[in-house]
Design a protein around this ligand. Structure first.
Ligand code: PMP
Length: 403
């Protein structure tokens, strides 16, 4: 990585911490036994696995037995949703329109192939959940309600406690995809009211390809991959380097709560500086979800109607990494379903750019963006504005800009 690069794409992935790299190197070079083997090396691997499980449990206030290690949040989400089909004899799922692409695709697949009925809770224009609609849709026929803790694009927080209450009143379960919230804000499984929670290590300075599904004790949840590991809830030889990396990422935040709070406050301050700076220099800037409670690190915006590809290209040339939304759907010219659900037009949604900070983001980096980006975008936005006010003599539409 070029040290001059400015990485503002931390909702896509984060840099592994030094402790994580060390824990993984140790697992690869020393503790490489199979945790299911009965000999001494197997036992050593088993102990390391138990330590990582305890680290995750301490971090999220759950019981070690409630942690099922997976290959990441996508797999955890799949175990949660597929396991819900037929649960309690019910065939109906309720999801939010802001769910991750993997979850939405799976729900549509289940609806087409497995006679599952899926209902979608809409989003409000500020990115929050339409709770009135949630109350209508969560009925005694529903087996599982699945909603993110925080949206990956807007960062807007969802009302998990209220959803848990609504779901449980109707005998349904609540699954929370907490992938974007965990590591950015404290999460307490025992108090959350959720029955199932997905998380992914690489969103909080751990490695990619590892995560977990938290399964409330007493819930006999079916496996997706059959086998003996993880108490038969997830078969397959455990990815010990990844799991130890996840444990180290969790432990880093558990052991330094004050540093974490300080980092969170710093990110919120830097985000405010960033948004105020861009709004002041480029008055046509619109920030999505700005009126709602959001993750402290996430800023999702558009600059007038300048296409996201144009903005990202300018940022790229400045050495700034950002994205137009979820990394998984950042390619192509499809507008974000989250923004469409919030009521934006297709043209507006195609202009969305996400800047996401981490504890490694510096004030100097934010200053660089505030100073340099407006120089690039102001002429394009002015051109759009004049095209708008002088309809009789339209100026040519620049490439990548919607008039
Ligand atoms: N859910 C959310 C909310 C996410 O942001 C992501 C990652 N973009 C995932 C699930 C998928 O996580 P993973 O990469 O661990 O499969």
């Amino acid at each position: 990585m070029n040290p001059d690069w400015i990485y503002l794409d931390n909702n896509a992935t984060t840099a592994p911490s030094t402790g994580v790299v060390g824990a993984m190197a140790l697992a690869l070079s020393q503790t490489w036994g199979n945790a299911s083997s009965s000999h001494a090396m197997g036992q050593e691997a088993r102990q390391a696995l138990a330590m990582a499980r305890a680290q995750v449990a301490r971090f999220l206030n759950c019981k070690p037995a409630e942690v099922v290690f997976t290959s990441g949040a996508t797999e955890a989400n799949h175990i949660a949703l597929r396991g819900a089909v037929g649960f309690n004899g019910r065939q109906r799922l309720v999801l939010s329109a802001g769910e991750h692409a993997g979850v939405q695709k799976l729900a549509r697949h289940l609806a087409q192939r497995q006679q599952v009925e899926v209902d979608w809770i809409g989003l409000m224009p500020d990115g929050t959940l339409d709770l009135a609609q949630a109350r209508e849709l969560i009925t005694p026929q529903v087996s599982l309600v699945s909603v993110m803790a925080a949206n990956n694009e807007t960062g807007v927080l969802m009302p998990i406690g209220e959803l848990a209450r609504l779901a449980h009143e109707q005998g349904a379960l609540l699954h929370v995809d907490a992938t974007q919230l965990i590591g950015k804000l404290p999460f307490d499984f025992a108090r959350s009211g959720a029955d199932l929670v997905s998380l992914s290590a690489h969103k909080f300075h751990g490695p990619k390809g590892v995560g977990a599904l938290l399964v409330r004790q007493g819930l006999n949840w079916p496996a997706l991959f059959m086998g003996t590991q993880e108490r038969a809830r997830r078969g397959g030889t455990e990815n010990l380097p990844g799991i130890l990396g996840l444990g180290a990422a969790a432990e880093r935040l558990t052991l330094a709560p004050e540093a974490w709070v300080n980092h969170t406050a710093t990110q919120a301050r830097l985000r405010l500086t960033l948004e105020q700076g861009l709004l002041a220099a480029l008055p046509g800037t619109v920030i999505f979800g700005a009126q709602a409670a959001r993750l402290p690190n996430t800023s999702y915006l558009r600059f007038g109607l300048v296409h996201a590809d144009v903005v990202l290209n300018k940022l790229d040339r400045m050495g700034v990494m950002a994205s137009s939304g979820a990394a998984c759907s950042a390619s192509g010219n499809e507008p974000s379903p989250v923004l469409l659900a919030m009521g934006l037009t297709r043209e507006e949604a195609l202009c969305a750019v996400r800047l996401s900070l981490s504890s490694q983001t510096t004030a100097q980096q934010i200053q660089t963006v505030i100073e340099r980006l407006p120089l690039e975008l102001a002429p394009l936005m002015a051109e759009q504005a004049s095209a708008h006010t002088a309809p009789t003599s339209p100026s040519p539409i620049p490439t990548g800009v919607f008039a």
